[in-house]
Write a protein that binds this ligand. Sequence first.
Ligand SMILES: NC(=O)c1ccc[n+]([C@@H]2O[C@H](COP(=O)([O-])OP(=O)(O)OC[C@H]3O[C@@H](n4cnc5c(N)ncnc54)[C@H](OP(=O)(O)O)[C@@H]3O)[C@@H](O)[C@H]2O)c1
Length: 213
Amino acid sequence: MRIGMLGTGDVAKALAKGFATLGHDVKVGSRSAGNGKATAIAKELEGKGSAGTFAEAAAFGEVVVLATLGSANPEVLKAAGADRLRGKVLIDATNPLDFGGGAPRLFLGHTDSGGEQVQRLVPEARVVKAFNTVGNAFMFRPVFAGGPPDMFFCGNDAAAKKTVEDILVSFGWQTVDLGGIESSRYLEAMCMVWVIHGIRSGTWTHAFKLLRK
Ligand SMILES: NC(=O)c1ccc[n+]([C@@H]2O[C@H](COP(=O)([O-])OP(=O)(O)OC[C@H]3O[C@@H](n4cnc5c(N)ncnc54)[C@H](OP(=O)(O)O)[C@@H]3O)[C@@H](O)[C@H]2O)c1
């Protein structure tokens, strides 16, 4: 599959490496052509990677991943282009975090969420929220003493969710479908549980698992 990666941070790098390891072709998109971080990630993908702008990555991908700073989502998606994302599966791995002083906080919640904002910004893309509740170090092939952790995901389009669920399983996750994109309100709050536990414990090696009888 062709994957368009929007972003050049730790999440984009971890997911790009995961996709490439599984044999997918990845174009890493950034705000400017020739971005050094995008080029460096692409180079690490050993023949499966290339670099370009957000628009080029969006056009390239059969599946596109949004992995940029949450507050930049409107400008990133504007640059990617709603037309280029029309009908495509858009995995939203972002969190609406405000880093303006002290510990990060959500700048959206209760009655709205980053996932819903993303779906409104690109209404004809098929947005699935996923990968936002775990650290980048564990996004691909997570290994924990308690067995495979669960990746919670949500979105409005059943076929898009099936595509993302298949990707999650291929990445080594068990999955939990939380329904429509409005459940992003709770997945983004779960991110804060992950972050606060990290801050309080000083460890960043945890993941969520739903226990089943
Ligand atoms: N870090 C994690 O482990 C983790 C885990 C789960 C979810 N997340 C979420 O995943 C997303 C990515 O996280 P991250 O840690 O990889 O990186 P990040 O620092 O949150 O974002 C980096 C990316 O955002 C781009 N960016 C920043 N400001 C921008 C702007 N104004 N316009 C366009 N692009 C802009 C950067 O581009 P430039 O290089 O050009 O600045 C870079 O590609 C975030 O929403 C985060 O909350 C992170």
